[in-house]
Write a protein that binds this ligand. Structure first.
Ligand SMILES: N[C@H](CCC[C@H](N)C(=O)O)C(=O)O
Length: 283
């Protein structure tokens, strides 16, 4: 079976994007994983699938598969690529669209400067919604936030937990370049306190409107940027009294901008969405 795809990225977080409206895209986890494999397949952090909406009032349905083949709830950098793709392919003539995901509705908007701004919806701040098992852990109140002492590799790391539809554990580090992302990222990602695993964020506060961020992503490993990770880090930083909206997020693959005005309010994610090449593959 032939599959048409477009290779894209958002600040270096790279994607295979497929139109499942005009072609049959019924693949299993092993086939998704193989497509995302950087040697045996096309190679990508995630695969983004464009479908007709199910919910009234939505323009599209947006499905996301990590490079390990698992389907997940949300992808912020992917949402920008999704909006660029449906516009470039003529699937939509609107600048702003409403897109349903596994956990909620997001609203990307194409900007005049070529960037895309996405209303990512409101963060979920109750640990049980992340989900995170905090039973018996004893968190520390920091501003409006709580940091949780997580035993990792014989040490204790202090994480904030936030859901953007997908789960995030964010810790503050002095310098992202020397942060032990490779050493502790896998242990946090698979930590038993996160029943659905978790994206592990390492945030360096540069000033109240600027952070540097690395994320060891659930189901993909460290990526050059993580959109929902940037949202979660800024939400945690604002709640801990370390940051003020808007916040510039410097990731290894590029710059993102996050704005959030407090609990119950949507998080806005802005950044690039780039098409690299188009192709067709036999699966
Ligand atoms: N690895 C994430 C999905 C992709 C998120 C990231 N690429 C983004 O831009 O938000 C998870 O399993 O929740």
């Amino acid at each position: 079976m032939k599959l048409k795809f477009t290779k894209m990225h958002g600040a270096g977080n790279d994607f295979i994007v497929v139109d499942a409206i005009h072609q049959d895209v019924s693949l299993n986890a092993e086939q998704w994983r193989r497509l995302a494999d950087r040697r045996f397949g096309i190679g990508a952090d995630q695969i983004l699938v464009v479908e007709r909406p199910v919910l009234d009032g939505c323009d599209f349905r947006y499905r996301i598969f990590n490079s390990d083949g698992g389907e997940v709830e949300q992808c912020g950098n992917g949402a920008r690529a999704f909006a660029r793709f449906v516009s470039d392919k003529g699937l939509s003539t609107e600048r702003s669209i409403r897109v349903e995901t596994m956990k909620g509705i997001i609203a990307p908007r194409l900007e005049d400067d070529g960037s895309v701004t996405v209303d990512m919806g409101a963060p979920r701040l109750d640990p049980a919604e992340v989900p995170f098992d905090s039973a018996g852990l004893g968190g520390w109140a920091e501003g409006e936030d709580t940091t949780w002492p997580l035993p990792v590799g014989g040490k204790t790391v202090f994480v904030s937990v936030v859901s953007m539809g997908n789960p995030h554990a964010v810790q503050v580090v002095d310098d992202v370049d020397t942060a032990p992302v490779e050493q502790t990222g896998p242990a946090i990602e698979a930590h038993a306190r996160f029943p659905q695993r978790v994206n592990a964020g390492y945030m360096q506060v540069v000033d109240r409107h600027h952070i540097r961020l690395r994320v060891y992503e659930r189901g993909a490993g460290e990526t050059l940027a993580c959109g929902t990770g940037a949202c979660a880090a800024v939400v945690a930083g604002i709640r801990r009294g370390l940051l003020d909206s808007p916040v510039r997020v410097s990731a290894r693959g590029g710059e993102l901008s996050i704005a959030w005005n407090g609990a119950g309010q949507p998080v806005y994610l802005s950044g690039p969405a780039v098409t690299v090449f188009e192709g067709e593959v036999e699966i």
